[in-house]
Design a protein around this ligand. Structure first.
Ligand code: GLU
Length: 486
């Protein structure tokens, strides 16, 4: 049987990095096994629908380069379409499918209608919480007589349908990461499977869909592990074969708490907006929870496709360390094609007012020069305005005490007029011109190393440290350099 896996997001509107990693692992596993990776939308919670959410999530996945070949996707015009012969792939379009499978479960006695009101459930839950520590349904409607049930259904009484779990039975399943998991039904609730609005709950829909879509491996976040016994029981009740389960470890913040929105950037969109390159984010996420056989850290997606295996997915949570991600992003920024990087950088410089939309074409060369200078130490593109500031300031001030000392120094008093003279005689301001001029000046003034570079840098940028000074001068241009020296 060929491998079929899925990513099944609920349309919240953004793809959490944990979700992005789940999508990635599914994608990589399918690639490694010549299988199929599909995308399904789980929108059974109609109260939580967000307009445009599906589109934006699909765009994020496209941006990340994690492409699926079946299920819900965007067409050339950015419209949501479905592809494949096991659809619909959007759960809200499958209500009749759930209904017919529910009828089978009811007929076989594995599910029952529950008429309990919200108020009653509240009271029961509270009582159970006090007595047993976990809020559970007390099974009140399990015992109803068949005739009574039929009468109440006929009367159109509001109800849900619950799973009828056997009493005191062990449910076991194997998880590729966690080994054998065993849970007693005593610790499980009679899960609601169909809500009073006619929509299935996640738990019912996921089982029906994974079965009908012939999913062989369910690869998903650890947060679903506790629900899996109920799913496994449902498979048994339906007489279906269970898929192989793979629960991925949580992504934690540096305090080892589960990474959530409260900790700042958590969605693919956040990182895209900040100017992380998708290659870097994907590379970094691949390594949270999976480790390669050697110590390699930089992986293109092609390389990941070749190296990834579920065997090397760990049980324990992996820490999301922005510093490490920044390091990786800097690596990818350094390696990026300069044209492509220029294209990506321009919007940040327009937004901050350093470039104008109308004249940007004529400033492209400047952007290239600028990127060449600063990309060595750039963490992400949203840092560009801050890096650009020094090139656009009208007047330069020393930024700290050390800079102020050089600003007032005897060295600078000597170097300033000499450098001014040298620059005036330059035709353009290329490194080929600047380098020999520096050499000559060093010889002439006897100032070398830091005694030469620090005062010149402070005069031109206000800073003691920074990127290659010759390249900075090239980016500043002759006029600005002279202006600053004067
Ligand atoms: N819809 C669930 C989510 O958004 C998917 C869970 C699963 O993969 O089974 O997390």
């Amino acid at each position: 049987m060929s491998v079929r896996v899925r990513f099944a997001p609920s349309p919240t509107g953004f793809v959490h990095v944990g979700g992005l990693r789940t999508a990635l692992y599914n994608y990589l596993f399918a690639k490694a096994n010549q299988g199929t990776y599909l995308l399904r939308i789980e929108d059974t919670d109609q109260e939580r629908l967000v307009e445009g959410a599906v589109e934006s999530m699909l765009r994020s996945l496209d941006w990340a380069g994690i492409h699926h070949t079946e299920g819900v996707m965007l067409d050339d015009q950015g419209r949501v379409v479905e592809k494949g012969n096991k659809g619909p792939y959007i759960q809200s379009r499958r209500l009749s499918v759930y209904r017919s499978h529910m009828d089978k479960l009811l007929a076989s006695g594995h599910a029952y209608p529950c008429f309990c009101s919200k108020e009653r459930l509240e009271i029961v839950r509270e009582k159970e919480r006090m007595e047993k520590g976990t809020p559970r349904y007390d099974g009140h409607c399990r015992q109803l007589e068949k005739e009574e049930v039929e009468k109440r259904l006929k009367n159109g009484e509001t109800h849900v349908i619950r799973l009828k779990l056997p009493e005191k039975e062990e449910i076991r399943f194997d998880d590729l990461v966690r080994g054998t998991v065993s849970v007693s039904t005593e610790d499980l609730d009679d899960q609601v499977l169909l809500k009073s609005d006619g929509y299935p709950t996640y738990h019912f829909a996921v089982v029906v869909d994974d079965h009908l879509m012939e999913i062989t491996h369910v690869i998903r976040g650890e947060e679903w592990l506790a629900s899996t016994p109920k799913h496994v029981y449902l498979y048994q009740a339906m007489g279906w074969e269970t898929p192989t389960y793979v629960h991925l470890p949580n992504i934690l913040n540096t305090d080892r708490k589960k990474l959530s929105k409260r900790h700042g950037d958590v969605s693919a969109e956040d990182f895209q907006r900040k100017g992380y390159l998708p290659e870097a984010l994907v590379n970094y996420l691949a390594l949270i929870g999976w480790s390669p056989e050697d110590n390699q850290e930089i992986f293109s997606i092609d390389e990941l496709e070749k190296s990834f295996s579920l065997k090397r997915v760990s049980k324990s949570g992996g820490v999301f360390d922005v510093k490490k991600l920044n390091w990786m992003n800097t690596h990818y920024i350094r390696e990026a094609d300069l044209e492509e990087l220029t294209r990506l950088a321009i919007p940040y410089l327009i937004e901050s007012g350093y470039l104008q939309e109308q004249t940007v074409e004529s400033q492209k060369q400047w952007v290239r020069n600028f990127l060449e200078v600063i990309r060595e130490n750039l963490h992400y593109l949203a840092e560009l305005p801050e890096k650009a500031a020094v090139f656009f300031q009208d007047s330069i001030q020393p930024e700290d005490g050390e800079a102020a000392e050089w600003w007032e120094s005897e060295e600078l008093t000597i170097l300033r007029p000499a450098l001014q003279k040298a620059v005036e005689s330059m035709a353009t301001m290329t490194p080929e011109e600047i380098k020999p001029a520096f050499k000559a000046l060093q010889k002439e003034t006897g100032l070398k190393g830091p005694q030469f570079f620090k005062p010149v840098r402070v005069a031109l940028t206000g800073k003691v440290h920074g990127p290659d000074l010759i390249l900075i001068m090239k980016v500043l241009g002759k006029e600005t350099v002279l202006h600053r020296l004067r």
